[in-house]
Design a protein around this ligand. Structure first.
Ligand SMILES: Cc1ncc(COP(=O)(O)O)c(C=O)c1O
Length: 406
């Protein structure tokens, strides 16, 4: 067999639902020499990662680690460790990822109590509170903070208080928010919180941060039956991450650990508050630009994510054609709609390194060119001007985006 030719990937501007752009320092870190997974130098890197993840999650939880795998592996780790056959779990569903959580609960033999609201809307905490009172016993509530399929931001704090009152575990998916929006694990009473590296952390996909509260760890220790996944059994994995044990479980993905450490270092250098403000400012600017071209926000403005905008297409725009031109001619990736939203919306990710003014201006300019050439419109820079107007506002007035949902 002839050897395969070398790969030569195009340089894309990644503005889809993930992966996002990766800083060159992260790629460089991945290309540094491998260490053994029990080498003292690697163990020090693991310690650094744990400390930085605790900082990012705003938690003191000891069991805070990256799972080897993508976001779905951390989702599965959350469910498979906590849910035993017969356990009832309230699952909030307003998009694809809530549905995935419910499916995982059922695969573990649990009963998923599906609280569904229409796509585009957040869950109502009162509704969850009602179910917590009416249905007993409930083991956990599982919800998605940032629903990537609809662009909806789910406020977390109130639901955390309810879970605490009812002594129910609280599982939260922050795959599309951690590192770009506020996530406050301890203050919001979250028991298991997981994410992924390829979104707002701006690291390639392959490891997935997760944190377990002491209450969650206690629940894992009290299981009646062994965890049905050997690979994701956190009672075993934690022995490798424990400074006093370092028991081999599986070979750690060394280069991904380097990459994650470097991405976390970049977040620390920028500062979390500044980073969150950058995501707010840039999503506001992009939305202002898109509005001038006929795109409308899909969720209510007060519940939009600032890491990913889900926007309805103007009626004249052909989804597949426009996305094809963006990719082929302008090297820009944006995401299409999923399920019932297919061909109706775009999901434009502005996560981590992708949330940059230059990419937003490039996207708006490309769209204006497509509208001019293929749809006979004459936008002549209005969208870029609208975005610039947002960036030129004093920082103090920008906290109004998204508008308060209180
Ligand atoms: C909210 C949410 N949860 C879970 C996942 C699954 O992550 P992965 O595709 O990395 O397995 C995704 C992926 O986009 C997501 O957006």
């Amino acid at each position: 067999m002839q050897p395969l030719p070398a790969i030569n990937p195009s340089r894309r501007i990644l503005l889809g639902p993930g992966p996002s752009m990766v800083h060159p320092r992260v790629l460089q870190a991945m290309a540094t020499p491998l260490l053994g997974h029990l080498d003292p130098e690697f163990l020090a890197i693991m310690d650094d990662i744990q400390k930085a993840l605790r900082w990012l999650f705003h938690t003191q939880n000891t069991l805070t680690i990256p799972i080897s795998g993508t976001g779905s592996s951390a989702m599965e780790a959350a469910i498979v460790n906590l849910v035993e056959p017969g356990d009832a779990v309230i699952v909030g569903i307003n998009g694809i990822f809530g549905t995935r959580l419910a499916s995982m609960v059922e695969r573990c033999g649990g009963q998923a109590i599906r609280l569904e609201v229409p796509w585009g809307q957040p869950l109502n905490p009162e509704h969850i509170g009602h179910h917590l009172k009416a249905t007993t016993p409930i083991k956990a509530v599982a919800i998605v903070h940032a629903e990537t399929s609809t662009g909806v931001h789910q406020p977390l704090e109130h639901i955390g208080q309810l879970c605490q009152q009812h002594e129910v575990l609280y599982i939260v998916d922050t795959v599309t928010s951690l590192g770009g929006m506020e996530v406050n694990v301890d203050a919001w009473h979250i028991d298991v919180c997981y994410s992924a590296t390829q979104k707002c952390i701006s690291c390639p996909p392959g490891v997935a941060p997760i944190t377990f509260s002491d209450r969650a760890v206690h629940s894992i220790r009290q299981r009646q039956s062994p965890c049905t996944s050997w690979y994701l059994d956190c009672s075993l994995i934690s022995d490798y991450w424990s400074e006093s044990k370092r028991t081999y479980h599986h070979t750690a993905p060394i280069s991904m650990a380097y990459a994650l450490r470097e991405s976390l270092r970049l977040i620390q250098e920028e500062g979390l508050e500044a980073r969150i403000a950058r995501h707010q400012r840039n999503s506001h600017a992009l939305l202002a630009g898109l509005n001038t071209l006929g795109f409308e926000l899909f969720p209510l403005a007060s519940f939009t994510l600032t890491t990913l905008l889900c926007v309805r297409l103007p009626p004249f725009l052909d989804d597949l054609h426009a996305r094809k031109v963006l990719l082929k001619e302008f090297h820009i990736e944006v995401g299409g709609g999923l399920g019932p939203l297919a061909r109706k919306v775009w999901r434009i990710g502005l996560m981590g390194e992708s949330s940059r003014e230059e990419y937003i201006l490039t996207l708006l300019s490309a769209l204006e060119q497509i509208l001019t050439r293929d749809y006979g419109q004459t936008p002549t820079g209005i969208s870029m001007k609208a975005a610039m107007d947002i960036w030129n506002q004093p920082h103090s007035s920008l906290s109004t985006f998204p508008p308060s949902n209180n």
